[in-house]
Design a protein around this ligand. Structure first.
Ligand code: FAD
Length: 311
């Protein structure tokens, strides 16, 4: 919350990175390497996702601990309440607290892969707002709590007005910021922000930015999140779809243009869904002139050594 306020106060744009938890030990090692490399880009905070149902939840807690207490990166831990007994949620919050993590993104969660529909666990929580209330009642103001926002609707709710009402309930329950689902049509996002403000949502809204890595992934993710692709984007990307380098290059220009419009509107925070990859995000930051100059950022050697990397 303080960092978001600082960006507003100084008119200095800030950005953050999201990483998901890999499934293998080798994947973890690679990701630590990547986080280390991307630390030099200057994110104000990083997010670590939570697997629905708490699968690999110990890895999320480990990563939060390493990033926060060893590496000194401001970290936001995602926490879902899908299929999660209350003790597991409480344990995760305790771990985050012990690691010095002060930010939680409170979510209901996607249904686990083997299940099609989301189900509440008996004695557990139903909606993200219940989790927000629980965190506030247990920890007071210790944690800054973020919640998810959906400028183009979400899988189980097509009614945009109802979704906005539910978003407001999460904020009223104690959330202090919102991170949005990815989008490619910046006008839809900016209109939606106006609607949020019109119903009295005043907390910072951080747009979720998905870099374009390959054409297939771009199309798949847009379909999966049901976000509208502006026709011009398709006209530019479709002809080069089998050339990954060209897709990434043109995609970078399009996403830079979108981010610039967001920054020009006065929203000074960008949250990158990195998909655990560095290059596409780096290219966008470079295009926006937001990368620190070479030599300004010190390498994160102590962190690497404590993990046995880079000896
Ligand atoms: P909620 O806000 O609880 O909403 C869920 C549904 O319930 C919506 O349809 C809403 O309209 C409805 N609803 C809410 N309140 C009420 C009410 N009072 N009465 C009736 N209906 C109501 N998933 C993961 O598993 N792990 C992650 O780490 C993760 N990170 C994410 C990060 C971001 C930025 C975003 C945007 C999504 C993320 N997700 C993640 C996906 C998210 O968990 C799913 O989209 C999930 O289906 C909804 O979660 P929510 O927190 O938005 O739920």
């Amino acid at each position: 919350k303080d960092k978001l306020a600082e960006a507003d106060r100084t008119h200095q744009p800030m950005f953050s990175f999201e990483y998901y938890v890999p499934k293998t030990a080798q994947g973890m090692q690679n990701l630590y390497d990547r986080i280390d490399k991307m630390h030099a880009f200057g994110p104000q905070f990083i997010d670590i996702t939570w697997n629905a149902g708490g699968r690999l939840s110990n890895l999320t807690c480990d990563m939060v601990n390493v990033a926060q207490s060893v590496y000194g990166l401001e970290t936001c831990m995602h926490l879902t309440c899908t299929g999660m007994p209350k003790e597991k949620i409480d344990n995760a919050l305790k771990e985050a607290y012990k690691a010095g993590c002060q930010n939680i993104l409170a979510l209901r969660g996607d249904p686990p892969r083997e299940k099609e529909k989301w189900e509440a666990v008996s004695g557990g929580f139903h909606y993200a707002k219940d989790l927000v209330k629980h965190i506030r009642s247990t920890y007071g103001d210790y944690f800054d709590i973020g919640v998810a926002g959906y400028p183009e609707g979400c899988e189980d709710q097509d009614d945009p007005d109802l979704l906005l009402e539910h978003l407001k309930e999460k904020v009223d329950a104690g959330a202090s910021f919102i991170i949005t689902q990815m989008f490619y049509d910046v006008d839809i996002f900016l209109d939606w922000v106006k609607k949020c403000r019109a119903i009295g949502i005043t907390v910072p809204i951080i747009p979720g930015i998905m870099p374009i890595q390959t054409y297939a992934a771009f199309m798949r993710r847009a379909q999966w999140t049901r976000c509208r692709i502006p026709p011009r984007w398709l006209e530019m990307l479709e002809p080069v779809k089998s050339d990954d380098v060209a897709v990434r290059d043109i995609g970078k220009d399009l996403v830079v243009e979108m981010c610039q419009k967001i920054l020009d509107s006065g929203i000074l925070y960008l949250h990158f869904y990195t998909m655990n990859l560095a290059q596409a995000t780096r290219m966008i930051l470079q295009g926006l002139d937001l990368l620190p100059s070479v030599g300004v950022v010190t390498p994160s050697l102590p962190w690497r050594q404590s993990l046995g990397l880079n000896r």
